[in-house]
Design a protein around this ligand. Structure first.
Ligand SMILES: C[S@@+](CC[C@H](N)C(=O)[O-])C[C@H]1O[C@@H](n2cnc3c(N)ncnc32)[C@H](O)[C@@H]1O
Length: 266
């Protein structure tokens, strides 16, 4: 693994702007809830379908590289007692704390995401109820570095029942080797037999977040599958989404999105 590459990535994240990132990815046109042809509802569908099986549950779920977003935790919150958010940057952890504590609209407005998730889950749950449930279960917001052999240091004593991660490993790894190593590192946080749900960018080389231009290691579907295979997982589901031209808006060069549900071998 290139240590210099990892250091350069860490430096580039120092100017990451959470609000600009949210604006680029979690407003129109990508967060258009009228059809699953749009990127955000496609991701929410993958998560809702997978959690609806009822198979992925337990005491603790860790989200790797939460960033300033909570959409990835909405369908999960029915199935875990405790959800742990993690991020490398304090500005992103602060954004999550802001959402947790605010009763008004100080932070980003996640209500359309919550309403849509309630709708596709079809349980007749009121969106305010889901929001409160997630806020109650989101018990820790921890610093993480996926390039360390113990990414959370000594913060958690028990491995988690499940991991989730969206757009993190490829966005913080300078090359394929370091992506594989990062997956190996975070796998130590998961119990044998535990489930990993990962969403990520296909064939992307950069994205923007305000002044920051972040390099991304371009990965194919095959690269992702190989990496999970090599790290001792069985792939249970793999889905991909091709980015339609009307969602290519200059904030990145992503070609598509993958969703993988993998289970760590016991
Ligand atoms: C593309 S964002 C993804 C955010 C969010 N999960 C989403 O779905 O939009 C990548 C995230 O990885 C975080 N990050 C950067 N370096 C990291 C590292 N070494 N370990 C873990 N996370 C890191 C960034 O702060 C950022 O929040």
């Amino acid at each position: 693994m290139s240590a210099a590459g990892v250091t350069a990535v860490a430096e580039s994240y120092q100017s990451f702007n959470p609000r600009a990132y949210l604006q680029n990815n979690y407003t129109l046109p990508r967060a258009n809830f009228t059809s699953e042809e749009y990127a955000v509802p496609w991701k929410l569908r993958c998560l809702a379908d997978t959690f609806a099986t009822g198979e992925i549950r337990g005491q603790t779920l860790i989200d790797i590289g939460t960033g300033p977003t909570i959409y990835q935790l909405l369908s999960a919150c029915d199935y875990f007692e405790e959800i742990v958010a993690t991020d490398y940057l304090e500005v992103n952890r602060a954004e999550i704390r802001c959402w947790l504590s605010s009763k008004s609209s100080v932070g980003f407005d996640w209500s359309p995401f919550i309403k849509h998730t309630c709708k596709i889950e079809g349980k007749g749950e009121a969106w305010e109820e889901k929001e409160q449930k997630l806020k109650k279960k989101l018990k820790k917001i921890l610093p993480i570095d996926v390039h360390q052999p113990t990414p959370l240091g000594s913060s958690l004593s028990e491995p988690a029942d499940a991991l989730i991660s969206a757009f993190c490993l490829e966005a913080v790894s300078p090359d394929r080797q370091s992506f594989d190593q990062a997956l190996r590192n975070v796998t130590t946080l998961l119990k044998p037999g535990g489930h990993f749900l990962m969403i990520g960018a296909l064939e992307e080389s950069f994205y923007l977040a305000g002044e920051a231009k972040l390099s991304v290691v371009p990965v194919t579907e095959l690269d992702v599958k190989e990496s999970f295979d090599k790290n001792g997982y069985r792939i249970r589901d793999f889905r991909s989404y091709s980015m339609p031209p009307n969602l290519m808006i200059g904030v990145d060069d992503v070609k598509g999105i993958f969703f993988v549900h993998a289970q760590k071998l016991a």
